[in-house]
Design a protein around this ligand. Structure first.
Ligand SMILES: Cc1ncc(COP(=O)(O)O)c(C=O)c1O
Length: 375
């Protein structure tokens, strides 16, 4: 018997020239499409004029060798060790953290081990789990009034569940709420006691100054995923780090993620890391832009609330299940894409807007405050 059922001739995909896995056809897939003239405030890319200049300057420093030769990672790994304060043998590079999610599901959660997801979580966890037939146990992760993150229910779930990969996102996404890393240390201890592996996705950590990387050295049951897409403006370059025990890094390396991280991505990340202080200024400015945007939107919608502290985005709770769809449609007609979260369990009535420069956000807030936005 094969591990995966093959596609019977009668399915809609019967015209494939070779047997394929039927369950894969059931997964939703759509290529990213760019709409001319539309401002994407849905994906939390870093949209800041200073960051744009820094990334362009990094691109100008590329050399022919970055295109002609296979990628060598030593120099960047040494820089990352210095930047994150982690030993190089605890660092694994992947082509974006989405790839890291696929790798972790493949390498660590398959073979019946399963995933416990503190939800809402990044959609790719459930996607890759479905792709690999990995069972998922979802655990609601937010206080019902959306004032904080609840880890107690997760700890109880972990105590009752056989060893699994447990995923927490801190700061949470798409909610934006955060817990101090010391609390995550407690969750890592629950992971150790239950024989689980705790994965912390800290995609938006830099915007709130949160990192769990220093905890990895003393917690072999902890693995941290850190994207450079949002924080260093490298969403298009596709590069992220995984921090784990040297043994886990060595195991995961055997899945060969090194062959998917380009020399160009390595060189760009090296260059932007050299400008880290200027990125710190960008992150500070993003926080200021966020505060001004929140104040302007709440002045127009006094019943709404902005969840704290967020990343380079703001999640508003509107208290009205219709509002997110209406506002998203209103903005879409004016060339701005945002994300209605109404379909996300635990975030009913919420919407998320990722941040751009101050002037743009003033315009977006003005559009959100138009009376037509809710009609
Ligand atoms: C919480 C979270 N994790 C991971 C990712 C994936 O980021 P990337 O693959 O660009 O590193 C995203 C992207 O939106 C995200 O929001």
């Amino acid at each position: 018997m094969t591990a995966h059922p093959v596609l019977p001739a009668s399915t809609p995909a019967a015209d494939t020239p070779f047997a394929t896995r039927r369950e894969v056809w059931g997964l939703p897939w759509e290529p990213r499409r760019q709409r001319a003239g539309v401002l994407n405030l849905k994906s939390c890319e870093l949209r800041h004029p200073a960051a744009e200049e820094l990334v362009l300057a990094a691109a100008r420093r590329l050399t022919a060798a970055d295109l002609l030769h296979y990628p060598y990672q030593q120099a960047l790994r040494a820089d990352l060790a210095d930047y994150h304060g982690a030993d190089p043998d605890r660092i694994l590079l992947t082509a974006g953290s989405d790839s890291a999610v696929g790798l972790i599901v493949d390498a660590l959660a398959s073979e019946g081990r399963g995933l416990i997801l503190h939800e809402p979580a990044f959609e790719s966890w459930r996607y890759y789990a479905a792709l690999r037939g990995v069972p998922v146990s979802g655990c609601p992760g937010l206080d019902p009034d959306l004032t904080g993150v609840d880890l107690d229910a997760l700890h109880s779930r972990m105590a009752a569940h056989p060893p699994a990969v447990v995923v927490v996102t801190n700061p949470a996404s798409p909610a934006g709420l955060a817990v101090p890393p010391e609390q995550i240390l407690e969750t890592a201890d629950h992971a150790r006691r239950g024989g689980h592996l705790l994965v912390v996705d800290e995609c938006y950590g830099a915007f709130t100054g949160i990192t769990h990387v220093p905890l990895v050295a003393s917690s072999p049951h902890l693995l941290v995923v850190r994207s450079y897409s949002k924080t260093f403006g490298l969403a298009g370059a596709r590069i992220a780090s995984v921090f784990a025990s040297p043994a886990l890094v060595s195991y995961l390396s055997r899945f060969r993620p090194d062959s998917t991280v380009s020399s160009v991505a390595l060189a760009l990340l090296r260059a932007v890391l050299a400008d880290r202080d200027r990125f710190t200024e960008v992150w500070n400015d993003v926080r200021a832009i966020r505060s001004a945007f929140v104040a302007q939107v709440l002045a127009g919608h006094p019943r709404w609330r902005a969840l704290d502290p967020g990343g380079n985005f703001v999640t508003f709770t509107t208290g009205d299940r219709r509002a997110p769809g209406l506002v998203a449609r209103h903005l879409d007609r004016r060339g701005v894409r945002i994300r209605s979260l109404d379909g996300v369990a635990g975030l009913e009535g919420c919407l998320r807007v990722s941040l751009a420069d101050a002037a743009t956000m003033r315009e977006v807030a003005a559009l959100m405050n138009e009376p037509a936005a809710l009609s």
